[in-house]
Design a protein around this ligand. Structure first.
Ligand code: PLP
Length: 378
């Protein structure tokens, strides 16, 4: 089997798995209990928080453990700003559904324009922020605004210039959140340099376990609690912490961050081999996304083809790819991202996403390109 759907999820790092085991079988104490049996769990929780903070240049107390990217994103969208203030959100039409669907029910929502590569149009952001400033005065300052723009798109891999977008946002007094679920562990992230107010991450996208993630919240940022209950996570996110998963996440993130340059170089070589081979095979395709993209994310639209059919035919050949977002698997239509970047109609339905990971090889890439050619030849 050749697994090339690493944007959907990744294989658990074996070292992370080994470090998780004792917290399931031996040191299973509740980290909130003061007795000595829970000491190892408490210590592991603290160390994991420190490790994760170091990986993104945050402070320990700015890391809040959650059940993953979906929860982190929902938390931000539903709980930002002062309780009594009215809320406005500026986002892109190509966010993950955990942002888009959370936004729908709650707020005055504005979508920033993007170009056909999926990059945010800065002038469009400035004009939306200017209208926020004007409205804020009408609301006697009781209008809070959040800009939520993903770091790397999960379908087409486009990277945004987050540092610049944060600067524009802060100039108008709004908050900035980035869904960095696809980026953390794959490209270098320094929250101080970016100056983001909040950042979401998910362990299973960087070889950690599923069902665990974190939200970075810059000290002093106004965000209320999403999940009420006990006083875990500094009273901000109730619920007994999943120590083994948290430990696994920290080990996996450290491992990935220490090898980020080598992994990225290798994955880019594999990606280039694939593109060279399908070009050589004379497949009529468009590559979606930007030149500035997540290493390994290859989203192509093949003319007069059917992405769904391609996925199943490749599956029969032992290759796992995706047609777009893993969360869209009940929906066979052209994805919201492919629509938003205006892929021509004779190509759009033939879209597949191949997301190479550190375990893939150049041979895998060539085999996949040849398999696509065989399917196209019927
Ligand atoms: N945000 C992005 C960009 C994603 O790609 C995903 C997962 O596909 C999520 C959020 C949701 O993360 P999780 O699976 O941890 O809930």
């Amino acid at each position: 089997m050749i697994y090339v759907d690493n944007a959907a999820t990744t294989k658990l790092d074996s070292n992370a798995f080994e470090k998780m085991k004792p917290f399931l079988l031996e040191d299973y104490g509740n980290a909130s209990q003061p007795y000595s049996f829970s000491r190892n769990a408490r210590k592991a929780l603290k160390e994991a928080r420190r490790t994760i903070a170091n990986c993104i240049n945050a402070e320990e107390e700015e890391i809040y453990f959650t059940s993953g990217g979906t929860e982190s994103n929902n938390w931000v969208i539903k709980c930002f700003g002062a309780d009594e203030a009215d809320k406005m959100i500026i986002t892109t039409p190509i966010e993950h559904h955990s942002i888009l669907n959370a936004c729908k029910k709650l707020h005055k929502i504005k979508y920033v324009n993007i170009n056909n590569s999926g990059e945010v149009n800065e002038n469009s952001l400035i004009s939306l922020l200017t209208s926020y400033e004007t409205n804020k005065n009408l609301y006697n300052n009781s209008l809070d605004c959040l800009v939520s723009i993903m770091y790397a798109n999960n379908e087409i891999g486009t990277l945004q210039n987050i540092k610049r977008l944060v600067q524009l946002t802060h100039e108008k007094g709004a908050l900035f959140h980035t869904d960095a679920v696809q980026a953390v562990g794959h490209i270098k992230i320094d929250v101080k340099e970016l100056n983001v107010d909040m950042l979401s991450a998910s362990a299973h996208k960087f070889n950690g376990p599923k069902g665990i993630g974190f939200l970075y919240i810059k000290k002093g940022t106004s965000l209320s609690q999403l999940i009420a209950g006990g006083s875990q996570e500094n009273g901000m996110r109730a619920g007994t912490q999943n120590i083994s998963a948290i430990v696994g996440m920290a080990v996996a993130l450290k491992e990935n961050c220490e090898n980020i340059d080598a992994n990225s170089k290798h994955i880019t070589e594999v990606e280039n081999a694939f593109i060279d081979k399908i070009t050589e095979n004379k497949i009529d395709f468009i590559r979606n996304g930007s030149i500035n993209h997540l290493p390994g994310n290859v989203n192509i639209s093949i003319r007069n083809s059917d992405g769904e059919m391609m996925l199943h035919r490749l599956d029969l050949m032992g290759i796992c790819v995706s047609t777009g977002s893993a969360c869209d698997n009940v929906n066979n239509q052209v994805s919201h991202v492919i629509k938003a970047i205006s892929v021509p109609s004779d190509y759009a339905e033939g879209t597949i996403r191949i997301s190479f990971g550190k375990e893939n090889t150049v041979e895998d890439a060539i085999f996949i390109a040849d398999s696509i050619m065989k399917i196209m030849q019927g």
